[in-house]
Ligand binder design. Sequence first.
Ligand code: 3PG
Length: 211
Amino acid sequence: MFTPEIVSALEEARIVAVLTLEDPALAPDLGRALLAGGVRVVELTLRTDRALESLVAMRSACPDLIIGAGTVLTPDQVRAVKAAGAAFGVAPGCNPRILSAAVAAGLPFAPGVCTPTDIEQALEAGCTEMKFFPAGTSGGLPHLRAIAAPFAHRRVRFIPLGGLTLENAPDYLREPSVLALGGSWIAPAKTVAAKDWSTIEANARAAANLV
Ligand code: 3PG
């Protein structure tokens, strides 16, 4: 269940950079490179030991960035990312326990879905915005169209993630059910580790220019 504020921010930005950070010291420069390239929304995944610290560091260095937490897999993580100042949370799957924890914590949340059953569960928990994951291997745009059709009248919208690229993003962006999309291609972990901020800024600009 996203808030109207998060929905509007995503409607405007449409691009989400998926980040996996090993070193919180890199978070400020990374955030600045993304903003300089025109990317304002990120999903910072909880896939490293120092993800929460990275979230806090990025937030304080880049107040203009809308920082969501990704790979939120437990109720404790829901509470921890809320306390760390995440603007929203997403998960790879649709876990009713996580969705209840998100409601209780007041964390706008989009579960991951790739089947009609997932979508029904998410709807039942009050979500109309969902992460379509893994977009590429679960069937791409044809699959999204097929699973979205029965729920269009419920105004369900999707954020395709997983296997997206600068090349295939334009087709997804034209799809009416697609709220926003993104991926790790904008700031790959290797490029971040190399502190290659100019490449990340250029990737961000190329992605933002698709919109
Ligand atoms: C995510 O968490 O959204 C995905 O891992 C991003 O997938 P990608 O690395 O294929 O962009």
